[in-house]
Ligand binder design. Sequence first.
Ligand code: AMP
Length: 399
Amino acid sequence: MAKLSIEDLKDFRNQRVLVRVDYNVPLDENGGITDDKRIKATVPTLDHLVKGGAKIILCSHLGRPKGKRDPKHSLRPVAQRLAEILGRPVAFVDDCIGEKVDKTIGIMQPGDVVLLENLRFYAEEEKNDPPFAEKLARNADLYVNDAFGSAHRAHASTEGVAQIIKKRGGNCVAGFLMEKELKYLGGALSSPTRPFVCILGGAKVSDKIAVIENLLTQADAILIGGAMAYTFLKAQGFGVGSSLVENDKLEMAKSLLGKAKGKTFLLPSDHLQATKPTAGATTRITDGPSIEDGWCGVDIGPETIARYNREIASAKTIVWNGPMGIFEIPEYSKGTFEVARAVAGNKNAISIIGGGDSAKAAKKAGVDKQVTFVSTGGGASLEFLEGKELPGVAALSDK
Ligand code: AMP
């Protein structure tokens, strides 16, 4: 079901708009913000609301304070940085519910911006506690969710609050950032231009079973890399040496291989193997899909890179999630970076990179700006690829 977006809101002058953002920014030991990309990413939504004369009430989580007030996890520094970025004052309230919040919002003028304190100072936030959601919702006429990275969790600020505002007749809409995620990830899954090629890597097959099952019904080709490939190869009877393998998932891997029969489901046909999965080990390219005893797989090999690149080059829609090897170690990063370059190099395709490690890898390879879209939510984008409806999206108003 298509959801209302911020562009569908016509007149919101003077309206109190509660905006769920993702300001879970990395902080150094002195509380300094080391990367403000998540703050900057919300500017289009905030500018739009300021221009339209809304009263903007921002709420977010930061870190894992586990339901307790903890100055280390305060959003105060974010208010300051946001004010610099927006070039206008941002008031900070050191609570997210209660009298202080009510009073501050009561004196807001059109175009004013207020940031509330960390939602997770209350355990009720993650429990989606109805009275807490009521308190959050009480000062809002409208709700905007621009925090895709939190949309897979049914928390008070992502789900409960939207249900309450909707019940009162207020619209609950996707912000520009959320809308982009739904457009690209949603578009790839519901109506991809074909061929639709998915590249899946990373450490564990167990994290991606549901993704593979869903993509087997949607994609034209699935290319597997990273350590998760070894569980599949072992299930097929190949040697895996001392590679990272999930032995308790071999039956599951066999069952997925069964479901993949007749489909283009590619596993590595060679590897870079090393004597240890750490930097500086002795390395060798394997002769075929087996890894020798005493060695472990650390990256896909040159033949696999060439095969995968051919599939990627012919795609019209590409989704990539998970590295092809231990890309954090430069000697083992070639497969991941080559795949990143192939994805970015296919200018005929819509190329989408799932959040987390593949986004990091694309950035390290210097191609993150050349792909169509990099998702901001690791866990959320995986659940999306599993075909699940995210609670934070489901709670928004239907078109
Ligand atoms: P994930 O969080 O499941 O996407 O996994 C990402 C992690 O998988 C990265 O930290 C990689 O270093 C790791 N990884 C990828 N390939 C391998 C491999 N061949 N052996 C061990 N770890 C790997």
